[in-house]
Design a protein around this ligand. Structure first.
Ligand SMILES: *Cc1c(COP(=O)(O)O)cnc(C)c1O
Length: 386
C-alpha cells in the first residue's frame, strides 16, 4: 500500500529533474566511450537508491555501484537487468546470494576468487568480478607487486570467473600522490598485458578525480557525490545542481521571557523577550546534533537560528528575524543556498564534516518526496511497506 500523504510535517524532497540534469552533465563531460558507474550506496546518499536507479540508468549511467550485499540485493529485486557492482568485499558464506542475484563482486584475494568460482560452478553460472588494487589507500586490494600479478593471473584462469574490471581508489591528498597511485595502477596493467591478460574496464576516478583529472577517467569513473549535485572538485567545472532539500513546518510557538532558558541544560537563555518556534525534526532524522548554536533554518526567506540543545525529534529556533511567523508556516531545513537556506555544503562546513556525511546520515524517518516537473510523482515512507 502506498501512502501518498506525508503523515508528517518533516520530509525530504528529491528533485528528479536535477538528478537527470546531473547524470546527463556527467555523461557529456565523459563522452560516449567511458563507463559511468553511478555510486548509489547508502541508499543513494540518502536520496533513495530505488527511486533514482532508473533515472540514472536511462540518462547515461552504465552500472550501479553499491558497498554492501544487501544494498545490491535491494536494487536487483527491483531491477534485475541493471548491472550492479558490489564495491565492498563479501564473505564467501554469502556467495550464493551474490550469484542468485547476479551481482558483480569485488575481489582482492585469490582465495575469494576460487571460492566464488566453486559457488558459480554449483549455480551453473559464470561469476562476474572486478579486481581491487591497493595503490596506497590501504583499505582494500592487492598490493602492487609480482606476487599479486601471479595471483591475478591465476584468477583470470579460474573456470567460472570473468574479470569485467579492475580498480583502485585515490587518496586525493595532492597531485603528486594522485599521480604516483595512477602510475602504479598503470604498471599493473602493463604487467598483466605482458601476460596476455586483458581486462576491459580500468577505473580509478571517483567524483572529484573524474572532474578534476580528465586523464584519470581511463575506461570508467565511479561517480557518487556529483550525481546528487554535491561539488567537491576545485580545478575544473561541471554544471550540476543539488537535488535534495529538507523541509518542515512550525509546530508550536512559545513566548520566552528574558532570562528564561530553552531545551536540555538551558545551554541557551533569552537575552530579551523572544518568540521561540518548535520544529518537528531532530538528530534522529539525521540532522547533525553538533549544529546547536550554529545551524539555522529559513522561514519566510529569513534566517531563524537554532537555539539550545537539538533534541532527538525536535528543535527550537529564534523567530526574532521573522516576526510574522505562525504555527504551520513552512520551514526550509536544507535548501540550495538561495533564500537564506542552508545548503548541504554549508551544513557540512558548520558540522565539521563532509557533504556526503550530511546526506547519507539522513535516516528513513523523514519520508522522501520525489518531484518531477514541479509535481509529486512518488512518496516513500521508510517505516511502511512499499
Ligand atoms: C563511495 C565510493 C565512490 C564514490 O565517491 P564520491 O566521492 O561520492 O564520488 C567511488 N569509489 C569507491 C570505491 C567508493 O567507495
Amino acid at each position: 500500500m502506498e501512502h501518498q500523504s506525508l503523515l508528517r510535517e518533516t520530509y525530504i524532497e528529491i528533485n528528479l529533474d536535477r538528478i537527470e540534469h546531473n547524470i546527463r552533465a556527467i555523461r557529456s563531460m565523459c563522452g560516449p566511450g567511458t563507463t559511468i558507474g553511478a555510486v548509489v550506496k547508502a541508499d543513494a546518499y540518502g536520496h533513495g537508491a530505488v527511486a533514482l536507479a532508473p533515472v540514472l540508468m536511462e540518462n547515461g549511467a552504465d552500472l550501479l555501484c553499491v558497498a554492501t550485499l544487501s544494498e545490491g540485493i535491494e536494487l536487483k529485486q527491483h531491477f534485475p537487468n541493471y548491472p550492479v557492482l558490489l564495491m565492498g568485499l563479501t564473505r564467501s558464506e554469502y556467495f550464493d546470494d551474490v550469484l542468485q542475484y547476479h551481482l558483480i563482486q569485488t575481489i582482492d584475494t585469490f582465495e575469494q576468487a576460487a571460492a566464488l568460482s566453486q559457488s558459480a560452478a554449483k549455480h551453473r553460472q559464470t561469476a562476474h568480478i572486478h579486481i581491487k588494487i591497493d595503490t596506497g589507500f590501504h583499505r582494500l586490494g592487492f598490493l602492487v607487486n609480482e606476487e599479486s600479478i601471479n595471483r591475478i593471473e591465476a584468477i583470470a584462469h579460474l573456470p567460472h570467473i570473468l574479470i569485467d574490471g579492475i580498480f583502485t581508489h585515490l587518496v586525493l591528498l595532492d597531485d603528486t600522490t594522485n599521480e604516483r597511485q595512477f602510475q602504479l595502477f598503470l604498471s599493473v596493467r602493463e604487467a598483466l598485458e605482458k601476460r596476455k591478460i586483458h581486462i576491459p574496464c580500468w577505473h580509478i576516478a571517483d567524483s572529484i578525480a573524474g572532474v578534476d583529472y580528465p586523464q584519470y577517467r581511463m575506461d570508467g569513473i565511479r561517480a557518487g557525490a556529483i550525481l546528487y549535485g554535491l561539488k567537491g572538485f576545485h580545478k575544473r567545472e561541471l554544471d550540476i545542481l543539488q537535488a535534495i532539500s529538507m523541509k518542515s513546518r512550525i509546530n508550536h510557538i512559545s513566548p520566552v521571557r528574558a532570562g528564561e532558558g530553552v531545551s536540555y541544560d538551558f545551554t541557551w537563555r533569552a537575552e530579551k523577550d523572544t518568540r521561540i518556534a518548535t520544529l518537528p525534526f531532530g538528530y534522529a532524522d539525521g540532522y547533525p546534533r553538533n549544529l546547536r548554536g550554529k545551524g539555522w533554518v529559513s522561514i519566510h526567506g529569513k534566517r531563524a537560528p537554532i537555539v539550545g540543545v537539538i533534541c532527538m525529534d525536535q528543535c527550537m529556533v529564534d523567530l526574532s528575524e521573522v516576526p510574522k511567523a505562525q504555527v504551520g508556516d513552512e520551514v526550509i531545513i536544507y535548501g540550495d543556498g538561495t533564500g537564506n537556506t542552508m545548503s548541504i555544503q554549508e551544513a557540512a562546513l558548520l558540522a565539521e564534516t563532509n557533504k556526503n556525511d550530511i546526506v547519507s546520515r539522513l535516516t528513513r524517518r523523514p519520508p522522501r518526496v520525489y518531484m518531477k516537473n514541479g509535481e509529486i510523482v512518488k512518496v516513500r515512507h521508510g517505516f511502511l511497506p512499499a
